[in-house]
Design a protein around this ligand. Structure first.
Ligand SMILES: Cc1cc2nc3c(=O)[nH]c(=O)nc-3n(C[C@H](O)[C@H](O)[C@H](O)COP(=O)(O)OP(=O)(O)OC[C@H]3O[C@@H](n4cnc5c(N)ncnc54)[C@H](O)[C@@H]3O)c2cc1C
Length: 591
């Protein structure tokens, strides 16, 4: 626990005392192709912005933290508004940044200048009984559409929705008609945004696939200002690219995705040595190894979960979906593992609690607070409400703030390898996120998407906070060199970023598609496909000529530190709030 508290303090301190963490800009020479910034004499006046984009607002940079912010925010309500915004930005050569929830840890949804295109008002949700890809695409969503229950079979049902939704509001609407969509564990991250365009791990992924596996069609405004239908028969190369490329190919304004009859969910939370001051770290290390080695078989049986540890404790939240949602069966899957873990010297008998949710909406509501909690507070456990990042009527999103995440995917052999312990010991704490489809199943559709192929053979994504010497995943990368990591929870300074975030084959193909649809790199994000084409130099984004002096992706142009109070509160609640007192909930608990 001591090391965790240290980590929290360290992270908060980095935001407060040091200000935003920065890297040295790469020494590339600058060509004339730079974006305009507000101090340029030919930068459009406010009246020009307002005439072209009615409702556009000037951004107060102080609301964005310590780093510079974009100049204007525009909140389109239709795809035509988005087309106008893209045309405006290209006409005046202005930096263009897209934001949905603002949850990107690498700050790719903020920038230091130009236009912030905020798609969080693109609404409308429609449920349809089937989908067939056509060049004309599905009927465009209307902003006021709400899903209606299907009269016929819902086996091939699909949902079409405006790009604004986080997983929780989308599933609130779908739950009312008995359906569920795959979505991130945090209810704010966006299925049609960075979550669904990169990989999108989910507590439902073991049953239904990753976020990138859910797409059937998108409507995308590309850099030339065209609204394109993107599916398997229309712009099919772009369809492959948006399913894993990580954004930067255009503005997704509408998505059509798979949906499923709603599922019950059972959770088992367990703890070993929840608050013991004297730690037998050797015993806990052996218990950790026993857990890691068991995870491939647990995953193969359809179970998902989140598992955390430090030298002082082990904690797990397992998720049992659909026909696996049964407290007795869930405990039966875990008891042999937990009994083995508690058999090591110094490890106390496990503590646990079961949770049963009628559907995925209830899972969200209990974990993060129902979306109506402001009006009618209910009483979920563990500071759940504080973990939500929006209110019922969300204000315009701003970036979450830069968090130095790092991650590596591990396959079954890595989890069972005794050498994993030495790798993990290079970190202050470990997180194993087992929310991926089990390898070798039909939901695991590999090459159809551009996400890193490592996802298709992974048991878990190991994540950490990379504070340089402390917590980086270098040893894990060396241990699992072919697996890759997750850019959304990845290390922005990774020198092998193309290989580690996409795999080189995927990266090279993505690079060609990006050049075809966005030759001037209007939708520049870094790290991102063709990120090395631009550099942030002297307050503006420019085309880079000449070789960069670093192999890492270029420095981003705005890295506000995370709000230290919010971050420390969140992490401390996460790290301490969930531990039962010693002696509480010992062994199997009734529901
Ligand atoms: C608290 C928290 C919990 C998380 N939980 C999970 C999880 O369970 N599973 C998981 O896989 N990841 C998770 N993540 C990581 C998440 O995948 C990333 O933060 C992701 O970038 C969020 O996408 P977004 O669109 O919601 O965020 P944003 O910050 O708005 O956007 C992220 C990126 O996508 C681009 N983008 C967004 N919308 C569009 C659009 N419509 N068209 C084109 N580009 C767009 C942005 O420009 C930016 O580059 C979590 C992050 C946080 C902070």
């Amino acid at each position: 626990m001591k090391s965790l508290v240290f980590l929290v303090i360290q992270l908060a301190a980095s935001a407060v005392a040091l200000g935003p963490l920065k890297r040295q800009a790469a020494a590339a020479t600058v060509a004339s192709g730079c974006h305009k910034i507000a101090t340029d004499t030919d930068y459009p006046a406010k009246s020009v912005w307002q005439q072209a984009l009615p409702g556009v607002t000037a951004i107060d940079p102080s609301a964005f933290g310590t780093d510079p912010a974009p100049d204007y925010r525009y909140r389109p309500r239709t795809s035509t508004d988005v087309v106008n915004a893209v045309k405006f930005a290209t006409k005046y050569n202005i930096r263009l940044t897209v934001i949905t929830s603002g949850h990107d840890f690498l700050c790719r949804s903020t920038s230091s200048s130009g236009l912030l295109l905020d798609v969080s008002l693109l609404t409308g949700i429609r449920l349809s009984s089937s989908f067939k890809a056509k060049t004309a695409g599905v009927t465009p969503i209307r902003s006021d559409e709400t899903p209606k229950a299907l009269k016929d079979s819902c086996k091939e049902a699909v949902v079409t929705f405006g790009a604004s939704y986080g997983g929780q509001p989308l599933n609130d609407a779908l739950s009312a008609v008995g359906m569920v969509a795959v979505a991130g564990n945090h209810g704010a991250v966006a299925p049609a945004g960075g979550w669904g365009q990169t990989a999108g791990h989910s507590p439902l992924a073991n049953q239904f696939g990753l976020g990138v596996d859910q797409w059937l069609e998108a409507k995308v405004v590309t850099a030339d200002g065209k609204l394109r239908v993107v599916n398997s028969v229309s712009n099919s190369d772009l369809f492959w690219a948006i399913r894993g490329g990580g954004g930067g190919f255009g503005v997704v304004v509408e998505a059509t995705m798979k949906v499923y009859p709603d599922v019950p969910v059972t959770g088992i939370n367990f703890w070993l040595n929840s608050t013991t001051p004297d730690v037998n770290s050797e015993g806990l290390e052996k218990a950790s190894q026993a857990l890691w080695a068991a995870l491939p078989d647990i995953q193969a049986s359809g179970i998902s979960g989140y598992f955390f540890g430090s030298p002082g404790y082990i904690r797990g939240t397992s998720v049992h979906v659909g026909e696996l949602s049964n407290v007795t069966d869930a405990y039966n899957a875990w008891i042999p593992v937990l009994e083995k873990m508690q058999s090591y010297e110094g490890v106390l008998p496990f503590q646990s609690r079961p949770f049963v949710y009628a559907n995925f909406k209830e899972y969200y509501d209990t974990t993060y607070g129902a979306r109506s909690w402001l009006a009618a507070p209910t009483g979920p456990d563990y500071n759940a409400k504080a973990k939500r990042h929006d209110a019922d009527d969300p204000p315009a999103p701003r970036g979450f703030g830069w968090v130095p995440t790092d991650s590596v995917l591990f396959g079954p052999d890595h989890m069972k390898d005794p050498a994993l312990l030495g790798v993990i010991k290079t970190q202050a704490l470990w997180n194993m996120i087992m929310t991926t489809p089990k390898p070798g199943t039909t939901t695991n559709i590999g090459k159809q998407t551009s996400a890193h192929p490592g996802w298709r053979k992974a048991t878990a994504l190991m994540t950490t906070i990379n504070l340089g010497e402390l917590g980086n995943a270098d040893a894990a990368r060396a241990f699992a060199p072919d697996m890759g990591g997750y850019i959304n929870e990845g290390w922005a300074d990774d020198p092998n970023w193309k290989q580690n975030f996409w795999g080189l084959d995927n990266y090279n193909r993505l690079s060609g598609i990006k050049t075809k649809y966005d030759p001037k790199n209007v939708f520049w994000t870094t790290p991102g496909i063709n990120a090395e084409q631009r550099q942030f130099i002297d307050g503006r984004v420019c085309f880079a000529t000449g070789a960069s002096n670093t192999t890492a992706a270029p420095i981003t142009d705005s890295k506000p530190g995370p709000d230290p109070v919010k971050l420390a509160g969140y992490l401390i609640a996460e790290l301490t709030g969930k531990f039962p007192a010693p002696g509480e909930y010992v062994g199997v608990q009734p529901h």
